[in-house]
Design a protein around this ligand. Structure first.
Ligand SMILES: Nc1ncnc2c1ncn2[C@@H]1O[C@H](COP(=O)(O)OP(=O)(O)OP(=O)(O)O)[C@@H](O)[C@H]1O
Ligand SMILES: [Mg+2]
Length: 304
């Protein structure tokens, strides 16, 4: 096992080629899709992250069963499925946030640049600096806009030339700079919900992660703020790998390159519902011609 400090090493740039994917392949949801106009291989080449035989338990409850999923570099992967199927649980495994849930137990592997982040000796804090997270509800710190951004670089001891430049870069990166540049010292709580969520994205990118995990990042936002965050996600994709959980089918179709559909299967004896991955494919394929009937039923609104 390599030292955690090696975790920053990026792999060779993933090549793209093969299957041309255009909006023409999509059905009605495709009309709103702009994330799909890329030429991507059918499976991600040299994925940045990969879940291998991932099983998650909360105490005796088997929440997630045998998930195998690669996450392509500079791609947006959406994880969709009905409530309780384990999307957030899987997402939290990807940067060891489930370590903070005392009853949670994770089996299998989560590879990040081919290193298992659950291997002995790996520091979960280091993992989270490479794999950042944006939550459902905007959760700025009770601090100024400036200090929200500067906090992460300060506590992680990041080497910074000038903090002012870093704060500006992060806010520009999150498409928020123009709206806040004259009130950096004001409380982040004075921002609108959509601005707060972009601030949280700026806070996440300030520590220069490689991967950004997002758990329903727009569910607390109105359609205009949602559109801004979606635009931002598609811009950020050039520099980051994004993995997003969403209940919004249009959003998955609009922004993501690939989609993983999960469902939950009840245990015959206990009735407990264990989550599993049903299908993973190019978003264009999932929304136009899914391979599994359960996916089709879900995306067409017949179930879930
Ligand atoms: N901290 C926890 N302790 C015990 N059980 C949990 C915990 N977190 C989640 N679960 C259970 O694990 C299963 C998967 O939950 P999870 O939150 O991952 O689902 P989800 O697909 O994200 O659902 P939603 O769409 O409603 O957010 C559910 O049955 C849930 O009750
Ligand atoms: Mg969830």
């Amino acid at each position: 096992m390599k030292e955690t400090s090696d975790m920053a090493t990026p792999p060779a740039t993933a090549t793209t080629g093969a299957t041309p994917v255009t909006n023409a392949h999509l059905g009605s949801l495709a009309d709103v899709s702009s994330g799909a106009e890329r030429h991507l291989p059918v499976v991600p080449e040299s994925p940045v992250m990969e879940a291998r035989d991932l099983n998650v338990f909360y105490g005796g409850f088997h929440a997630v069963h045998d998930v195998n999923l690669p996450y392509g570099r500079n791609e947006i992967t959406a994880m969709i499925g009905p409530s309780g199927c384990g999307k957030s649980t899987v997402l939290r495994c990807l940067n060891r946030m489930n370590d903070l849930v005392t009853s949670a137990r994770v089996e299998g592997q989560v590879l990040y640049h081919d290193q298992d982040i659950y291997a002995k000796g790996v520091d979960p804090i280091a993992v989270r600096t490479h794999i950042g997270m944006v939550f459902q509800k905007p959760n700025p710190f009770p601090k100024s806009i400036y200090d929200n951004i500067a906090y992460g670089p300060r506590v992680t001891g990041m080497k910074v030339d000038t903090m002012d430049d870093l704060v500006e870069e992060a806010l520009r990166g999150a498409a928020l700079w123009d709206e806040v540049k004259d009130k950096l010292k004001q409380s982040a709580y004075g921002l609108s919900g959509g601005q707060q969520q972009r601030l949280c994205i700026a806070r996440t990118i300030a520590t220069k992660p490689d991967v950004i995990l997002m758990d329903e990042p727009c569910s607390a936002l109105d359609p205009i703020a949602t559109a801004r965050v979606e635009d931002l996600m598609m811009t950020l994709r050039d520099d980051y790998t994004i993995i997003v959980v969403t209940h919004n089918m249009q959003q998955a179709a609009r922004v993501s390159d690939r989609t993983a559909f999960f469902t939950a299967r009840p245990d015959e004896t206990t009735g407990n519902r264990t989550g599993l991955l049903v299908e993973f494919d190019l978003t264009t394929k999932i929304f136009s011609n899914p391979s599994d009937k359960r996916t089709e039923d879900y995306i067409s609104g017949r179930f879930g």
